[in-house]
Ligand binder design. Structure first.
Ligand code: ADP
Length: 349
């Protein structure tokens, strides 16, 4: 359809919308032929003006650039003035330059948006390098400190405690390196997961148990059984990541709920923290993006981009919304298994 973009003078309804073929501008957009409208045909209906607006004559030309129609330009004359063929020729010539200028302005805008995106991505990468260096340094410092201290002590219990520090911190390093590798791998190739029928409830129970052992308790709201088509390892990672975030950025209690709705099964990870502001709800799924990059919480901004990649590789969707009563509710929707899947032996995890 056509809408009014720019008007000079009176009598034009700025909210006016015309279908292709409707009134004179609509006809010119359809045929792409310049049109001279003589006084007898220059009615307000034909020209799309206010009913009490008197028109002498009108002309309308298409704005075409490289075969693409960008719009139409209509000129209305006051009563008593009649446009002639020569006027239409001049307007057509003018329209060519106008169309080229509009197209160039469009390209310029697109290029500017592109450059802004590249700059933002560059800024986020620099920030990522800075936060990775910082994140790596923390466990390395602890490990080196523990090794040096254990060299100085002869007390076996103290050595044992220091070894625990080394064990914990090297585990943290390993998890970070793994996170970076998974993110890089996702960027390179569209991973092809081995999809199977899994009982989501069983998987949620096992993951919740692991989480509890890692000091991140969750309460569960599960139906008897909920079979989905997905890759078990991917779903386990998705859940672990969302639960970790709920404890890190949210406030306990953290709940995991599974709801079966027609052909979809929705898993929700809900916390009672500050939640996510509406304008951040898409951005947090971008690689390297963190709401508070200079905050005290450790992280590299990769977790949720990995979550989204994994969910999509299983054919599902993930989003975040406000939890009822406050907090963040991360929701993952996966395709429910078919009746055959429901009966089939589910993969055990
Ligand atoms: P990281 O935890 O390394 O920063 P993520 O991709 O997992 O990376 O998360 C991106 C950002 O989303 C976090 O930095 C945080 O600001 C925000 N976020 C994630 N989960 C929550 C949550 N449950 N509540 C509030 N903010 C969250």
């Amino acid at each position: 359809s056509l809408r009014v973009v720019a008007v000079r003078g009176e009598g034009i309804d700025r909210e006016l919308r015309l279908r292709l073929g409707q009134a004179i501008p609509g006809r010119v957009a359809q045929t792409r032929e310049p049109l001279l409208v003589p006084p007898t045909l220059a009615t307000s209906d034909a020209c799309g003006t206010a009913p009490d607006f008197e028109i002498g004559s009108a002309m309308c030309v298409p704005l075409v650039n490289r075969g693409q129609l960008l719009g139409v330009l209509t000129i209305l004359a006051a009563t008593g003035v009649e446009f002639e063929d020569e006027d239409l020729d001049i307007l057509s010539l003018f329209a060519e330059s106008v169309a080229a200028a509009i197209a160039k302005a469009g390209l310029y805008e697109a290029e500017r948006a592109n450059v802004a995106k590249l700059l933002e991505s560059d800024r986020m990468k620099s920030q990522f390098v800075a936060s990775v260096s910082h994140e790596l340094r923390t466990p390395i410092t602890s490990i080196r400190g523990a090794v040096a201290a254990s060299r100085r002590t002869d007390v076996p219990e103290q050595r044992e405690e220091l070894l625990d520090v080394v064990d914990r911190q090297s585990g943290r390093l390993q998890a970070m390196v793994e996170e970076m590798l998974v993110a890089a791998r996702m960027q390179e190739e569209a991973s092809r997961p081995t999809m199977g029928s899994i009982d989501l409830c069983e998987l949620v129970r096992v993951t919740a148990m692991d989480s509890e052992l890692a000091n991140r308790p969750v309460s569960l709201e599960l139906p008897e059984r909920a079979v989905v088509r997905a890759e078990p390892e991917a779903v386990r990672r998705i859940l672990t990541n969302l639960i970790e975030n709920a404890h890190k950025y949210g406030v306990a209690p953290v709940r995991v709920a599974v709801q079966v709705a027609d052909e979809q099964v929705v898993i929700s990870v809900i916390d009672r923290g500050p939640g996510i502001a509406p304008d951040q709800r898409e951005r947090i799924f971008e690689r390297f993006y963190r709401v508070d990059p200079n905050g005290t919480k450790p992280g590299m901004g990769l977790g949720l981009s990995i979550v989204r990649g994994l969910v999509e590789s299983c054919g599902g969707t993930v989003w975040v919304e406000d939890a009822p009563g406050g907090g963040a509710a991360f929701r993952v929707s996966l395709r429910a298994g078919t009746t055959a899947d429901q009966r089939a032996e589910v993969v055990h995890v």
